[in-house]
Design a protein around this ligand. Structure first.
Ligand code: BDR
Ligand code: CA
Length: 318
């Protein structure tokens, strides 16, 4: 099965993504790298380790990566959707181990160095800082990456500003480096689809019935403020679900420009869909010959929910 690395900032939807990964036979989770995002790096790393223990996989290595954005530290004045501890205020025990001694990017480079061409999938479900550093430091290893699936961006409204999604807003320079310039085979799973990738009260009741740990997971989701009328938005889970079953989403080819200017547009992903173009270019920075990425434009909500609810409870059965 597919060798998988998850780059993450847990985070409640990140937590359910890890749960889905460890029980899905289509993927073989070999490394978890952490990044600052929903919480500071120490917190996201601590959570990644604790969650893998909770899901019975203390054998999967965790390596801590970037503790801030490449160029500018993003600051906002909003309540944190994942709570102060990143897990909706739910306290799960610390792991019995610590993170790997190497930086996440070094650990990921070592994994890629030993890999066959196009044999590793990376699911990036936090700000893209680590991935940008990887492509900058180790361009010769990027051919080992089969596919990069990113939760980030939006071709419509944002969720942290009117135009920007949280992950791309947190490190726009990294997002530009990866999404516009890297040339990797990228699937971009943004807010237009992840906003609809929800689980609801009935699903939480199912989780609660599973086990005491299932109840903890349900409490986390309950402490997550990112919800709408259909339920809690499992943004990151959809990115991994699209690796497990690519038919869950529909995509269109587009090139991406990330607005890296300071000001109200910062962090916006501009999506130049091939099917809607050609678009005017400014003759300067914005060229039409950029690599294309596959942008998710639709999803099968019932099948997504079924996949999540058939599988996530298995991660916390014991
Ligand atoms: C993204 O931001 C984070 O809060 C979530 O974990 C997800 O990765 C959604 O915009
Ligand atoms: Ca995340």
């Amino acid at each position: 099965s597919n060798r998988l690395v998850i780059d993450t900032d847990p985070g409640i939807d990140d937590a359910l993504t890890l749960a889905l990964a460890v029980v899905s036979p289509e993927v073989d989770l070999q490394l978890v790298t952490t990044v600052a995002g929903n919480s500071p790096l120490e917190v996201t790393t601590r959570n990644a380790l604790a969650l893998l223990d909770l899901f019975g996989r203390p054998d999967i290595p965790v390596a801590a990566g970037a503790n801030r954005a490449l160029v500018r530290i993003a600051v906002h004045n909003l309540p944190l959707p994942h709570g102060l501890n990143g897990l909706g205020g739910v306290e799960i025990p610390d792991a019995c181990r610590t993170a790997q001694p190497e930086h996440a990017v070094e650990r990921l480079a070592a994994l890629l160095r030993d890999a066959e061409p196009r044999s590793v999938t990376i699911a990036a479900i936090g700000p893209l800082t680590n991935v940008a550093l990887l492509v900058a430091l180790y361009p010769e290893l990027t051919d080992r990456i089969d596919r990069l699936v990113v939760m980030g961006g939006s071709h419509g409204p944002g969720n942290i500003t009117p135009v920007a999604e949280f992950n791309t807003w947190t490190d726009p320079e990294a997002a530009q480096r990866v999404l516009a310039d890297s040339g990797l085979d990228i699937t971009l799973v943004g807010l237009e689809v992840t906003r609809r990738a929800t689980i609801d009260e009935a699903d939480l009741a199912t989780l609660r019935r599973t086990s005491a740990r299932g109840a903890q997971l349900a409490d986390m989701v309950n402490g997550y403020s990112d919800h709408g009328p259909d339920g809690w938005r499992m943004h990151d889970v959809l990115a991994l679900a699209a690796v497990i079953d690519p038919t869950l989403i529909q995509t269109l080819d587009a090139r991406i420009e990330v607005d890296t200017r300071l000001g109200p547009g910062r962090g916006q992903t501009l999506t130049f869909f091939d099917a809607l173009g050609p678009y005017a270019t400014d003759g300067g920075g914005v060229a039409d010959d950029r690599p294309r990425v596959q942008v998710a434009v639709d999803l099968d909500v019932p099948r997504f929910r079924k996949l999540v609810m058939d599988r996530v409870p298995q991660a916390i059965l014991a």
